[in-house]
Design a protein around this ligand. Structure first.
Ligand code: GN1
Ligand code: MG
Length: 358
């Protein structure tokens, strides 16, 4: 793997670079902030080849979706939302391959925005809901068959469950925390197929694939969203995958890596706030089948992410980057406590959903 400075120098002249610092961004790719001598900023990323088998396809999807979004924003005269812009080297290339199959790319830094790890209030939750609604609405007319599949098996919950079954057969749960995760999986197995029934009537279109809180950029000091970033997982999928994931993330006030996983709760008021924002913008995009299964979808995606973290823990942390031993187990515990809290509030969430989406 190249050094970041060498990769950055492929996209911008080496003598224009002032500093390169790591950005604590995602769980799978590496990201750096590149400061240029003229004061402007760029974002340098290396796509992890162990996760994305065909990074070129990720780039093609990114171009297709970002240009569609820009065109639609212009057509509809929507202002205030920025779309990620891929930068090209002097020779026109948008990617620099590494020998191991990974690729480097550079994107514009959206100066108007900063990330948050958690949602702190209803206004932020509503702003996120509105932005996701807008994103879905803008992509509703993009032919999904034009996009490749960046991550085979992504959001195929039964396949994650099968992978867990294989992993646990080799490395059985040994500690109390591992046994808690295994028991939680055993009692929620039926969730794996809840969104995977043929002829379900659920809406399919191009979706974001990873609309967690940290991927919404907020204007500094206020509760306005300026961009939805991280378009590596854009692909054909269910509207409910995005809604489920966004709600899973937004309604967990402690975030995905708190000190005390046992205290993780699903916040029903934030659920209403996200849905209210979404309904304002994209109210009639979800059909009757989507609306009926929405609270289930939040449970499915929470279960799925818990499974993914726990399986990765059992397999020796091959997929998600970890900071410390037990990190993926800790992350899995958070999702399973969230799942328990969701189950306890299920009837209330159904009622809120019926009131807000109709
Ligand atoms: C990963 O890499 P990042 O942080 O954008 C993962 C998502 C998970 C998320 C949980 C490609 O996203 O599916 O929901 O972690 N992305 C991939 O934080 O697997
Ligand atoms: Mg991501």
């Amino acid at each position: 793997m190249r050094a970041p400075r060498q990769a950055a120098a492929f996209f911008v002249r080496a003598d224009t670079i002032a500093a390169i610092t790591p950005l604590a961004a995602g769980n799978v790719n590496h990201t750096w902030l590149v400061l240029l001598k003229d004061g402007s900023r760029r974002v340098l990323q290396r796509l992890n080849p162990a996760v994305f088998p065909d990074p070129g396809l990720v780039m093609d999807n990114l171009h297709l979706v970002s240009s569609h979004l820009r065109r639609r924003l212009e057509d509809l005269h929507i202002t205030g939302l920025e779309v990620l812009r891929v930068l090209r080297a002097e020779n026109g290339a948008d990617r620099l391959p590494d020998a191991d199959g990974g690729i480097w790319r550079m994107v514009d830094h959206i100066d108007a925005g900063g990330t948050r790890r958690t949602v702190d209030n209803r206004a932020q939750a509503t702003a996120i809901g509105r932005t996701l609604g807008c994103f879905h609405l803008l992509l509703a007319d993009l032919d999904p068959s034009l996009l490749g599949t960046p991550l085979p098996g992504f959001h195929v919950t039964p396949a994650y469950l099968a992978a867990y079954d294989r992993a646990v057969a080799r490395t059985a749960a040994a500690t109390d925390e591992e046994r808690f995760c295994a028991a939680c999986i055993a009692s929620h197995r039926s969730l794996a197929t809840a969104l995977h029934r043929d002829g379900s009537g659920l809406r399919r279109q191009v979706i974001h694939g990873d609309p967690k809180v940290a991927n919404f950029l907020f204007a500094p000091g206020c509760d306005r969203v300026v961009s939805l970033i991280d378009l590596d997982t854009v692909a054909p999928g269910l509207l409910l995958h995005d809604l489920g994931d966004c709600l899973r993330s937004c309604c967990n006030r402690q975030g995905e890596d708190p000190d005390d996983p046992d205290r993780t709760r699903f916040d029903a008021d934030l659920f209403s706030a996200v849905l209210a924002g979404y309904a304002q913008v994209a109210g009639n995009l979800p059909g009757a089948a989507d609306r009926a299964l929405l609270p289930t979808a939040v449970q499915v995606i929470t279960f799925e992410l818990g499974l993914r973290f726990f399986t990765d823990h059992l397999q020796g942390n091959r997929y998600f980057a970890v900071d410390r031993p037990g990190h993926n187990l800790h992350r899995a515990l958070v999702q399973f406590h969230l799942l328990r809290s969701l189950g306890e509030q299920r009837r209330d969430l159904d009622r809120r959903c019926r009131e807000l989406l109709h």
